[in-house]
Design a protein around this ligand. Structure first.
Ligand code: PEP
Ligand code: MG
Length: 580
């Protein structure tokens, strides 16, 4: 038995067999063959092709009943590529010309084809490279007798153990079979952690070396609440954890009884509790936990399928689905926030030196105006199906905001002249997640109808600490006085011109922060569905006077550690935070 401590990223306790996911690229062998071997090499190629087609067809059958149209579309395009006669012809020609083994010939032919694609000016063709790479790997894996490693193919229940996981891989994995996730890398607010919570998969990240200790098939136990992973747990340990799980489940059921009650302080201040979603399917969980609306829909997750951009119609349908499902409650959709750790190879520059400070979110959208325009059109078209709000990520200052608002006006004008119906009164908001935006929030507040504070990035940029880096995770302090001052300043500037302020970063759903956020004057808190009941319970147990007094005290303190220790003691005395 061995215990490892990491970062608790998604709650829940689970045991199961490990699946070690190390997605390495194997070296491709290269050797000469005599002309008489060529027909045999061709046979091997055809057999590998047949196996890959069969594999994709099985995956498609399963996917059809479980997953989105988008995923099925990707599988279809892979099937088409595999059966493309032109590609086959090129490979056969090269095999006769080069007289090398078939793996090498395929590899080189596809590489030169990809080179050409990378230089075309057609973005659609350039974006096909991810698909071509994927299909080629599938065929090569069969030729090299490697087991196909793809998270969407996993057919038995496992606990996924790996170095790191891209958000696009997390989106594509077969969620029904992934019982838990344990990774060397990652922090609490990395997008993989956010997705694990969204999919209700217990996860511990930032474990540093778990991949060195685990083999596929080993039994492991994950406690996502406390950030603990136990390798080869003994019976006594398993029993202890199962009892803890039972106690937590009981507490959860108790908290759910608050669902129909308002989030109101003892002295009558109402706070709006909303939910964050990444995919439309999460709406049901929000409704089941008493969310009063959607405070953040991270629309970029629609874009994370490699190889193709979602069309205006496909986006419209996804937005409409969420709006209709929320039955007239507010739905806040954030426009595309790609970049940083949400990379689509070939669309966003994957080789930037500082991606977190680089070409991401609104910066990307304002330079790829066609992509942005398509999204805005889809959003406004969907606005007739519910109560939509739109907000923009990573606004750094007034010029960027003005440019964005101009584009919004253009899109509305286009729709008007085309006679396409939309709601003229869709509220427009701005995220405050860069210190420069918080510091100029008095200027920004005059231009929008609401603010939403993204603390995940605000903390990252204020303290200059990468939110996904486990080595510096100890510096990532939500209660750092600099962060609290920026939040207070933002709220004051917004309230001075009469606009509300929401918070949609992970801090909003942390029960430890609830009383401070009340005292700082936040009007709305948006979080993952499962945090809503616990936060509501705390709100209903305190008064605004108490919350303001606490804020008065902590704002005098000099460090995040000092504030954290003080708040933790105070909150633990009043609430049993361990079970939250
Ligand atoms: C944030 O930065 O707090 C936020 C909500 O956005 P994301 O986590 O998607 O960057
Ligand atoms: Mg952000």
């Amino acid at each position: 038995m061995m215990e490892l401590k990491g970062i608790p990223a998604s709650p829940g306790i689970v045991t199961g067999k490990a699946f070690l996911y190390l997605d390495d690229n194997p070296p491709i062998p290269k050797y000469d063959i005599s002309p008489s071997i060529i027909p045999l090499e061709l046979e091997r190629f055809e057999e590998a092709q047949r196996k890959a087609i069969r594999e994709l067809e099985i995956l498609k059958q399963r996917t059809n009943s479980e997953m989105s149209e988008e995923t099925v579309g990707v599988l279809d395009s892979h099937l088409m590529l595999l059966q493309d006669p032109e590609v086959r012809e090129r490979i056969v020609e090269e095999l006769y010309a080069q007289k090398k083994n078939i793996e090498w010939v395929i590899h080189m032919t596809i590489q030169s084809y990809l080179e050409k694609l990378n230089h075309t000016s057609d973005p659609y063709l350039r974006e096909r490279t991810a698909d071509i790479n994927d299909v080629t790997r599938r065929v090569l894996n069969h030729l090299l007798h490697r087991e196909r490693i793809s998270l969407s193919d996993i057919g038995e229940e496992v606990i996924l153990v790996g170095k790191d996981l891209l958000p696009s891989e997390a989106i594509a994995m077969n969620k029904r079979m992934i019982l838990g996730i344990a990774l060397d890398e990652g922090g609490k607010t990395s997008h993989t952690a956010i997705l694990a919570r969204a999919f209700e998969i217990p996860a511990v990240l930032g474990l540093r070396e778990i991949t060195k200790h685990v083999h596929t098939g080993d039994e492991i136990l994950i406690d996502g609440n406390r950030g603990i992973v136990i390798l080869k747990p003994d019976e006594a340990t398993k029993t202890y954890y199962m009892k803890t799980l039972e106690a937590r489940t009981k507490k959860e059921v108790e908290l759910l009884s608050l669902n129909e009650l308002p989030a109101e302080t003892k002295d009558g201040k109402l706070i709006c509790l909303m939910g964050n979603i990444e995919v439309p399917e999460e709406v049901e969980a929000l409704k089941g936990h008493g969310a009063e609306g959607v405070g953040l829909y991270r629309s970029e997750f629609l874009f994370l399928n490699p190889g193709r951009l979602p069309s205006e119609q496909m986006q419209y349908e996804a937005y409409r689905r969420v709006l209709e499902a929320m039955e007239g409650k507010t739905v806040t959709i954030r426009t595309l926030d790609l970049g940083g750790d949400k990379i689509i190879p070939d669309l966003v520059d994957a080789n930037e030196k500082n991606p977190l400070l680089g070409w991401r979110a609104i910066r990307f959208c304002l330079s790829r105006v066609n992509i942005f325009r398509t999204q805005l059109r889809a959003l406004f078209r969907a606005s007739v199906h519910g109560k939509l709000q739109i907000m923009f990520p990573m606004i750094s200052g007034i010029e960027e905001l003005n440019q964005t608002l101009e584009l919004v006006e253009q899109v509305k004008q286009d729709l008007r002249s085309e006679g396409v119906p939309f709601n003229e009164k869709v509220a427009i908001g701005c995220m405050i997640e860069i210190p420069s935006a918080a510091l100029t929030s008095d200027v920004l507040a005059r231009k929008v109808e609401f603010f939403s504070i993204g603390t995940n990035d605000l903390i990252q940029y204020t303290i200059a600490v990468d939110r996904g880096n486990q080595r510096t995770a100890y510096l990532y302090e939500p209660f750092h006085p600099a962060v609290l001052r920026l939040i207070r300043m933002t709220v004051e500037n917004a309230h001075a011109v009469g606009i509300p302020v929401a918070m949609c970063g992970e801090m909003a759903g942390d029960p430890l922060a609830t009383v401070i956020l009340l005292g700082l004057g936040l009007d709305e808190l948006s979080m993952n569905a499962f945090s809503i009941p616990a936060v509501k319970k705390i709100i209903r147990s305190v008064s605004m006077a108490e919350a303001e007094e606490l804020v008065g005290t902590v704002m005098e303190m000099r460090s995040g550690k000092e504030i954290d220790t003080y708040v933790r003691q105070l909150m633990e005395k009043r609430f049993d935070l361990n079970t939250y």
